[in-house]
Ligand binder design. Structure first.
Ligand SMILES: Cc1ncc(COP(=O)(O)O)c(C=O)c1O
Length: 391
């Protein structure tokens, strides 16, 4: 009766099961994976946000498949503050970035085609691709004191069925930003093989230090057909409002065709509700206040890690350029899952083992830098003690 696309393995993994049991038993948990800003102890400008959502014009339904002009102008203004010109007519609003991916897979892929995604990576691609009957194929990120896109692995991964290369910048969870030389190489590969670029910049407002080599946004990349994704879920700490967008750029004729097709995809669902569109200009202002708090927390936790972890084994911090996560390199005397299970069962500390984020080699734990600072300090002290005692 059901489609094979939905034939999921639904058993929770061992760690999630143990977490669930521990929660149910009421034992304390030091959760170092908090990544929902609405539950991380930030002060939201509540009146401002709620007032923006209850404006009179929210009661009118006058749908535009790409989003109402005022909202698209606000997205264009967001890029202006970064010194990037984006025409509002190249902006498409979506109900979050995840929906944007699914629109793009529908736009670009036949069933069975594939898109290239980075490895390691956050785990949503597998599901998004499956739901669109698309396959994913991975290229590697490599670490040599900083993270890079392994361009040779991108070349190797391209097949005749490949339609797009997905880049996440800064990347979740490694924090790697796309660099100018990498974009140049990706543009060449995309041009040669008629591929589109899909660049997910949801964490782009969380860069730690300036770096000349970085691309601040691909929204103005015209070398190949490029879809730049972002939204207010991360940039304004407002995931509950479900608003993302796609900026389309590329050669004029190619871009125009992509926009026409996307208009029909978007028109089929008209999924972005009116109040959030009307509110968007004001949400950018309110969101800045939330973002500043998140930036402060993330930097505080990162600085704490830099000061408290030894630079060398048995436990060290991989360098990161941005985003909400930090990666701890740990001994491979046990699997990442065994370490994570032990930390949870013996000390109540919950972290992500590397394989949750598609690390192919053991030796990685991932923690959220958004965790309330006191909890973070307590949890890291436990990890440090447990790992140094045993190695
Ligand atoms: C890299 C990345 N892109 C997109 C998303 C989803 O964003 P949205 O809430 O806009 O769907 C996430 C969520 O964690 C993410 O980590």
């Amino acid at each position: 009766m059901y489609s094979s696309r939905t034939e999921w393995h639904r058993q929770p993994n061992r760690l999630s099961q143990l977490l669930h049991e521990r929660r149910r038993s009421g034992k304390p948990i030091i959760d170092l994976t908090v990544s929902n800003p609405t539950e991380a102890g930030f002060e939201y400008p509540a009146k401002e946000i709620l007032a923006s959502l209850s404006q009179d014009s929210s009661l009118r339904y006058d749908p535009d498949p790409f989003g109402i002009p005022a909202a698209r102008n606000a997205v264009s203004a967001y890029y202006s503050t970064k010194g990037i010109h984006v025409s509002p007519s190249d902006v498409i609003l979506t109900a979050g970035t995840s929906e944007a991916y699914s629109f793009l897979f529908t736009l670009l892929c036949e069933a069975g085609d594939d898109i290239l995604v980075p490895m390691p990576s956050y785990p949503l691609f597998e599901f998004l691709a499956q739901l669109s009957s698309v396959r994913i194929n991975s290229y590697n990120l490599r670490y040599d004191g900083e993270w890079h896109i392994d361009i040779d692995s991108v070349r190797r991964a391209v097949a005749s069925s490949t339609k797009a290369i997905v880049v996440v910048s800064p990347h979740n969870p490694t924090g790697m930003f796309l660099k100018k030389n990498e974009l140049k190489a990706l543009n060449e590969i995309a041009r040669q093989h008629h591929l589109a670029l899909i660049v997910d910049e949801v964490f782009s407002d969380y860069g730690f230090e300036e770096d000349e080599r970085r691309i601040s946004s691909t929204a103005a990349n015209t070398d190949v057909l490029t879809f730049t994704l972002n939204g207010i879920s991360k940039s304004c700490g407002l995931p509950q409002l479900k608003l993302g967008w796609i900026v389309v750029s590329g050669r004029d004729d190619v871009k125009t065709e992509a926009l026409h097709r996307l208009e029909i995809i978007s028109d089929t669902f008209l999924s972005v509700n009116t109040p959030v569109q009307v509110a968007l200009p004001k949400l950018f202002l309110a969101g800045e206040k939330v973002r500043k708090q998140i930036v402060g927390r993330v930097e505080q936790n990162l600085n704490f890690l830099k000061q408290s972890l030894p630079a060398n084994p048995p436990i060290s911090l991989l360098s990161t350029e941005g985003g909400w996560y930090a990666i701890l390199r740990i001994p491979t005397t046990k699997s990442d899952e065994e370490w994570a299970v032990e930390l949870l069962m013996e000390s109540g500390v919950y972290v992500f083992p590397g394989y949750f984020l598609d690390f192919q080699q053991e030796g990685h734990l991932v923690v959220s830098l958004q965790t309330p600072h006191a909890v973070f300090v307590e949890g890291i002290a436990v990890i440090l003690k447990r790992i140094t005692e045993q190695n």
